[in-house]
Design a protein around this ligand. Structure first.
Ligand code: HEM
Length: 406
């Protein structure tokens, strides 16, 4: 036990989630105390589904000053505590209402047709190659363009925004803090300029909605709009990219499951929920106890931190029959990949589902003879304790079909 890597160390996830370790914790010590390199009192790892749900919904547990299990030293200067996800009620509810007004089902559905066209464009561009990198040639592009479409970034600026996003949030250990801050500042300046243009002439995009939305007579500040712009790039892109990559890999490794979905595409929505459970792109978020309390019999003192381990909750046998089996026909699926239903439940969940549906449908129906071109156990993963994913996944295929519309 003692020579296991700390759950804070990204290397603990270098070969995927430590599922056996999580299973042992769920059975023997479901709210276990863990050390942290900078937090004197360490934190408690919450590993059971039931407890992740309870803490997510219990307002005794707060997100502020921020919910990140970070190792970084300069938390104060990083702006982390100004992000939507770092606020608690009542400020959080107000901010979220303002932002949600730009995330209506209508706005998300309007993106549907655009998403389909974008998916087809991405695949058409690769068709002749016969092989590519699933992460960097295919999965990366759709989420980036969807966020850019939603926010209103013009096509000609996207390459630059995508580069800044990678530097700011990419999990490349070789990019230093100064380079990350510089790219983040460049994004703020860009967001400022976008706002300037929309101040007098609102357009039909999220940035204009955010600038002009009002709740209880209050508007978002310029800083809040900028930070939300930044948060969206990260929250909406790395996560969905990973669902597409790791989800495709899971299906390619389980031909019977692949066949079940391919032979009946009406199974896709249910299958996507199962892939979300299976992949669980976000590893954890932290909460702080605002008063003395307990979780599953473990005393938690005011000021203690707890981390909600979503991949563990999503493999909890107490909540999912045959939890260690991928079952694309699983109807009862109360997974916590988007959070467990509390006030911070993922704002982009429906958009991510829509992207997943279009992308998986195209991958399953357009590629003929699609297969992995490397041993999945040997492929490199991102260096992170927050978002799981691969940095490259070679794939190959025999032929790409034209889209056949139903
Ligand atoms: C498969 C893709 C995605 C996954 C797995 C995911 C997962 C999550 C999780 C676990 C949370 C925290 C929930 C909690 O604390 O209770 C969250 C929050 C959030 N997500 Fe997502 N997300 C995804 C895609 C997206 C997309 C596409 C967007 C935006 C376009 C987005 C925007 C947000 C925002 C703004 C929050 C903070 C909400 C708040 O604090 O009120 N996410 N997401």
């Amino acid at each position: 036990m003692s020579n296991e890597l700390s759950l804070v160390d990204p290397l603990a996830y270098a070969k995927g989630f430590p599922h056996e370790r999580f299973a042992r914790l769920r059975d023997e010590d479901p709210v276990s105390h863990q050390d942290h390199p900078r937090w004197e009192r360490g934190f408690y790892a919450i590993t059971r589904h039931e407890d992740v749900q309870r803490v997510s919904r219990d307002t005794t547990f707060k997100n502020s000053p921020h919910p990140f299990l970070e190792e970084a030293a300069d938390e104060e200067s990083s702006g982390m505590s100004e992000l939507l996800i770092s606020f608690d009620a009542p400020e959080h509810s107000k901010l979220r209402r303002l932002i949600s007004s730009g995330f209506t089902p209508r706005r998300v559905n309007d993106l549907g047709e655009k998403i389909r066209t974008r998916v087809d464009g991405i695949i058409d561009d690769l068709a002749e190659q016969g092989s590519c990198d699933l992460v960097n040639d295919l999965a990366v592009w759709l989420p980036l363009h969807v966020i850019a479409d939603l926010v209103g970034v013009p096509e000609e600026d996207r390459k630059q925004i995508f580069e800044w996003t990678e530097v700011t949030f990419g999990f490349d250990p070789n990019v230093d803090q100064a380079a990350r801050s510089e790219a983040a500042m460049a994004m703020y300046a860009y967001a400022d300029a976008m706002c300037q243009e929309r101040q007098d002439e609102p357009r039909d995009d999220l940035m204009s909605v955010l600038l002009h939305a009002e709740v209880d007579g209050e508007q978002l500040t310029q800083l809040q709009v900028d930070l939300f712009f930044l948060l969206l790039q990260n929250a909406g892109s790395e996560t969905t990219r990973n669902l597409i990559t790791t989800g495709t890999m899971a299906l390619l490794q389980e031909p019977d499951q692949l066949e079940l979905v391919t032979s009946d595409l009406s199974r896709l929505p249910v299958a996507i929920e199962e892939l979300l459970r299976w992949v669980t792109p976000v590893m954890q978020f932290v909460r702080h106890a605002s008063e003395d309390t307990e979780v599953a019999g473990q005393a938690i003192a005011a000021g203690d931190r707890v981390a909600l381990f979503y991949p563990s909750a999503n493999r909890d046998e107490r909540a999912f029959a045959g939890a260690d089996r991928l079952d694309v026909t699983r109807e009862q699926n109360d997974h916590v990949a988007f959070g467990a239903g509390g006030p911070h439940y993922c704002l982009g969940a429906n958009l991510a589902r829509l992207e997943g549906r279009e992308m998986f449908e195209a991958i399953l129906t357009r590629f003929e003879g699609l297969e992995l071109a490397a041993d999945p156990d040997e492929l490199p993963r991102v260096h992170s304790n927050l978002i799981d994913g691969f940095t490259e996944v070679p794939i190959r295929w025999d032929r790409v079909r034209e889209r056949v519309d139903a």
